[in-house]
Design a protein around this ligand. Structure first.
Ligand SMILES: Nc1ncnc2c1ncn2[C@@H]1O[C@H](COP(=O)(O)OP(=O)(O)O)[C@@H](O)[C@H]1O
Ligand SMILES: [Mg+2]
Length: 236
């Protein structure tokens, strides 16, 4: 009982801090934006850096927000009917800028239409987090493959890459919050900027919030494969 009260106070505090941080960051970004628009050229680089950092912090705060609300059971899913295969194609388009600047090809293998009932925005974020990692860890001329398949009453979404893999000792830890592997292994900033080690934790929560799962199925020196399993809701 006591622990529950402490937990809920802690949670409220965390949520409150995160809200204040979020507001502060928005204000900070606005100031930087106006400075950037008005300042002489030689200061632009410095301000651009501030802008990048602000974006990165905003991203991290947003991620912490999602997890804090998920912990508090206060992240109601907004479910609609949509096609997983279309959402995945859209997400791949979003990531294609990063992929092409890294000279990584994105290959989509869809077996058929995949009608689903779930929170499209969250599932898009889940795919984007996996895609972002895959692209960041794949060397030039590599390929990131996205595959959607149906197996009886579930959809399987597979994200695989031809990167250098995750070291065996790191594999059990990658889904932990704030865990980040060797920085030298990732070759660039991702679609979301450099992360805080929350991407996989969020992606797994999103899969589980849909009664599904996210697992690392294989990772060795020729690549890595993650698998999302999403049970098809009744009537789907
Ligand atoms: N496809 C991948 N290939 C190699 N390492 C990966 C891959 N996906 C995730 N990782 C490792 O797992 C860690 C955690 O991933 P994530 O939670 O998305 O955090 P972040 O991307 O912010 O580092 C990464 O830092 C990286 O070491
Ligand atoms: Mg990531």
């Amino acid at each position: 009982m006591k622990i529950q009260i402490i937990d809920s106070v802690r949670l409220r505090l965390t949520l409150w801090y995160v809200s204040v941080l979020a507001v502060a960051l928005v204000a900070f970004s606005l100031v930087v934006y106006f400075l950037l628009a008005r300042t002489l050229y030689n200061r632009v680089d410095a301000i651009r850096m501030i802008d990048e950092q602000a974006r990165r912090l905003t991203r991290i705060v947003e991620d912490m927000f999602i997890l804090a609300r998920a912990d508090a059971g206060r992240y109601p899913l907004r479910k609609t009917k949509f096609y997983l295969d279309e959402m995945i194609e859209e997400t791949a388009r979003t990531a294609s800028v990063l992929a092409s600047s890294n000279q990584v090809a994105i290959d989509i293998v869809n077996s058929s239409e995949a009608l689903f009932y779930g929170d499209e925005d969250l599932l898009r974020q889940m795919v984007l987090n996996l895609l972002d990692n895959a692209i960041k860890h794949t060397p030039t001329s590599g390929t990131v493959r996205l595959r959607v398949n149906r197996r009886s009453r579930e959809y399987l979404i597979e994200v695989s890459d031809t990167g250098a893999g995750i070291p065996a000792e790191a594999q059990p830890r990658i889904f932990e919050r704030f865990y980040r592997g060797d920085k030298a292994r990732s070759r660039s900033e991702g679609v979301n900027g450099s992360g805080a080690g929350l991407g996989l934790a969020i992606a797994r929560w999103i899969a589980e919030a849909h009664e599904g799962s996210l697992e690392l199925v294989r990772s060795d020196e020729i690549g890595t494969t993650f698998l999302v399993t999403l049970p098809i809701p009744n009537g789907g």
